[in-house]
Design a protein around this ligand. Structure first.
Ligand SMILES: Cc1cc2nc3c(=O)[nH]c(=O)nc-3n(C[C@H](O)[C@H](O)[C@H](O)COP(=O)(O)O)c2cc1C
Length: 344
């Protein structure tokens, strides 16, 4: 008998496979279908700060019919007061924002009532914009945890590395002060000193860090000579980057690590656990292969465990983390001379 149970963010999961936040976790019906396939937990579709701001601006435009006011929601978001009538404007802004957030709260309340598998709410934030009161309301719905998706592209010439990194800590501090819900953060890899930053973040009161979010990829259309975008879905070769960093970081951080991006198959799933991940998040595979990929990953992992004589996940988790390797340099190698020199 193999036991796939694990703990993540202090929660007991029946296995380490998590359906990550996406369009498939955006309705109660499809959350139920995913849960029925056997996942250990589900991250609900995020409420997006930027989307709320866009929606709020639309509402403001309708109510006021005044084009001059169109830019004002973003001004208020940034704390800029532009004119004397800001108070009235601020009222409309708050009202519209509250509506968008209430809709999300109703959705996760319903979802939580429908499934027994742990449910993780998600906020996609780009600033420290009064998220604590919303986080408090999320906590009151009874969901099991909250994932904060914070992805800052370091493209602003006026901000140095510390400025950007402080945003992460400010958001976490603000929310941690108001909620007891276990919190995880989902991050990208744009840090000037990734290991140190992840270690510091792991000591900031979060219970888990999801490595990594997958950036929206820029592309160009050469015929139209326009900016376009790369594939929305990952492919099954994209897991290596995450694998390296989970292996480097596991055992050296003060919280759980959850592996994400490019994990489509049972062996990619097992690799992340060998690297030291507490859980593994899957999204693109659900779209590309269908929900059947969930039992496929779990059944094949159990068979692999039987073949290798592992009774439970703890018996092999972290076996290939960098700190346990005889040749840790193999994980850090970034130049290819030895590997490539034999190829002609
Ligand atoms: C259609 C789609 C919608 C997504 N929506 C969200 C979201 O709302 N919040 C979030 O944190 N990540 C979102 N993601 C990112 C995924 O959760 C995941 O981090 C990313 O797709 C990489 O994992 P994968 O390689 O398994 O797809 C979305 C991804 C896709 C493909």
């Amino acid at each position: 008998m193999t036991d796939l149970q694990t703990t993540y963010l202090g929660l007991k999961l029946k296995n380490p496979l998590i359906a990550g936040s996406c369009g498939l976790t955006n309705s109660v019906q499809s959350i139920k279908e995913i849960a029925d396939k056997g996942v250990g937990a589900i991250v609900v579709k995020s409420v997006f700060e930027e989307q709320i701001n866009v929606d709020t601006e639309k509402v403001i435009k309708n109510e006021e019919g005044n084009i001059k006011l169109l830019t004002r929601a973003s001004d208020l978001m940034l704390g800029r007061r532009v004119h004397d009538y800001d108070e009235a404007y601020s009222y409309i802004y708050d009202f519209a924002r509250r509506n968008a957030l209430d809709k999300y709260l109703r959705f996760i309340t319903e979802a939580k009532k429908t499934v027994s598998v742990p449910l993780i709410a998600s906020i996609n934030c780009v600033s420290n914009n009064d998220w604590h009161s919303f986080a408090k309301k999320i906590e009151e719905t009874g969901v099991d945890a909250l994932e904060l998706n914070i992805y800052i592209l370091p493209s602003d010439w006026r901000r140095n590395g510390a400025d950007n990194e402080n945003i992460y800590f400010d958001i976490i501090r603000e929310i941690r002060n108001y909620v007891n819900l276990p919190i995880s953060i989902k991050i990208g890899y744009y840090f000037s000193a990734l290991s140190q930053s992840v270690q510091k973040l792991s000591q900031s009161g979060v219970k888990g860090i999801v490595l990594f979010n997958r950036p929206y990829n820029t592309d160009f259309d050469v015929e139209k000579m326009e900016v376009s975008h790369g594939s929305i879905y990952s492919n099954d070769l994209e897991y290596n980057h995450t694998l390296r960093w989970i292996s480097i970081l596991s055992g050296n951080v003060g919280c759980d690590l959850s592996a994400a991006t490019g994990i489509h198959t049972w062996d990619a799933f097992v690799k992340q656990l060998l690297a030291g991940a507490a859980t593994v998040q899957v999204v693109s595979a659900l779209y590309k292969e269908g929900l059947g990929v969930i039992p496929d990953i779990l059944n094949n992992t159990a068979l692999w465990m039987q073949r290798h004589g592992f009774a439970d996940v703890a018996s092999f988790r972290g076996m290939l983390s960098k700190s346990k390797l005889d040749n840790p340099a193999a994980i850090e190698r970034v130049q290819f001379m030895k590997l490539y020199s034999g190829i002609e």
